[in-house]
Write a protein that binds this ligand. Structure first.
Ligand code: A2P
Length: 342
């Protein structure tokens, strides 16, 4: 009989945690027992796993005793504190927060791009930022063919990336504004309904935001190429779920639109949706709930040599977070790497 694992989801009540539970079930991950963890206020809550009830427990330093694998999505502070405790208890952590991503001894993995980096894990593997994941999945086959030298990306990021409370805030504000009432502003620095916010995460000294810096640093680490220049502008838009990105790619060698389309059509985890004559292109309302990263509007940039423009859309809770984490866990199962090296 094949191996089964005791799996914990830390942050099981959140937007990503919920997606983790359903994706583990959908993909038939070999779960012997699922342990759902969140704050004390959620302890005792009945959560669904495979149509059965799981009682949520409070996350404590003892939570990982006897657990083989933990998927974390409970914020950076929680990961910073509890991931080392989990590892100490012999539990392998796949962490969705930004806490460990840039640590040199922590692999940062997108299975379609750098699967072999799981081989050197030391107990913690980081799941990249949602905006970075969908970008590198599309960059990879094009980079292998014509070497990307520079990327200019603008993101249009859904509120679900901020968590369950931000989805509620968009709904609340939209409802109140339509009813002629003043919106309540709690989650973002400004109203998000009927608006765009050119700020995701905090500002750094150089005028960029931390989200933008994550796209720069994480892209280089995942692609294993420090020479790729990345310039990012990250924008929160009033979309419930599904991040979109306008991406300009500069190549070292010529790459035709036709060849790019061919490469993307064959790339794992990518679907080309590109028929502008019939008004067909990727949109978040269609990508939401799906596993693939969608690419369209593939066109030459006439203002530069060897450059293309693309429009890329994916479900940020799935490929951008929970699905990528479960795919990393699947790689660990295939390679028998669910153990902490001592
Ligand atoms: P809870 O629901 O009990 O607050 P989201 O990103 O959708 O806001 O979800 C965040 C998830 O992380 C929730 O499951 C939340 O639990 C959990 N969480 C946040 N802080 C902690 C913490 N300190 N310990 C355990 N779970 C936490």
């Amino acid at each position: 009989m094949s191996k089964e694992y005791r799996v914990a989801v830390a942050g099981a009540t959140g937007a990503v945690g919920r997606a983790m539970r359903s994706i583990l079930a959908e993909r038939d991950f070999p779960v012997k027992e699922l342990v759902a963890l969140a704050t004390a206020k959620s302890a005792g809550m009945h959560l669904d796993y495979r149509g059965e009830e799981v009682i949520c427990q409070e996350l404590t330093p003892e939570s990982f005793r006897g657990i083989d694998l933990a998927l974390f999505s409970a914020g950076g502070g929680t990961s910073l504190k509890y991931a080392p405790m989990a590892r100490e208890a012999g539990c392998v952590v796949v962490d969705n927060s930004s806490a460990w991503r840039m640590e040199p001894d922590v692999p940062l993995v997108v299975p379609e791009v750098n699967p072999d980096d799981v081989n050197w894990h030391k107990g913690i593997i980081a799941n990249p930022n949602c905006s970075t994941i969908q970008m590198v999945v599309v960059m990879k086959p094009l980079h292998d063919e014509a070497k990307i030298t520079r990327v200019v990306v603008s993101t249009y990021q859904a509120v679900s990336g901020t968590g369950a409370k931000a989805i509620n805030e968009l709904m609340q504000q939209t409802g109140r504004l339509l009813a002629g009432d003043a919106p309540e502003i709690n989650v973002y620095p400004h109203q998000i309904a009927f608006n765009c916010l050119p700020q995701i995460d905090v500002f750094l000294e150089d005028g960029y935001t931390k989200e933008e810096q994550k796209m720069v640093d994480e892209t280089k680490k995942i692609m294993g190429d420090n020479s790729i220049a990345v310039s990012a502008t990250c924008v929160r838009v009033p979309v419930q779920n599904g991040h979109s990105e306008a991406i300009n790619l500069q190549f070292a060698r010529p790459l035709s639109v036709e060849r790019a389309r061919e490469l993307l059509a064959e790339a794992p985890g990518v679907k080309v949706v590109d028929d502008p004559a019939n008004k067909v292109y990727p949109m978040p309302i269609e990508a939401s709930g799906q596993d693939d990263t969608y690419v369209g509007r593939i066109r030459r940039d006439p203002t530069a040599e060897n450059a293309l423009n693309l429009w890329v859309v994916a479900d940020n809770l799935r490929k951008g977070a929970a699905l990528n984490a479960v795919q990393i866990a699947e790689l660990l199962v295939q390679r028998d790497l669910i153990r902490v090296p001592r």
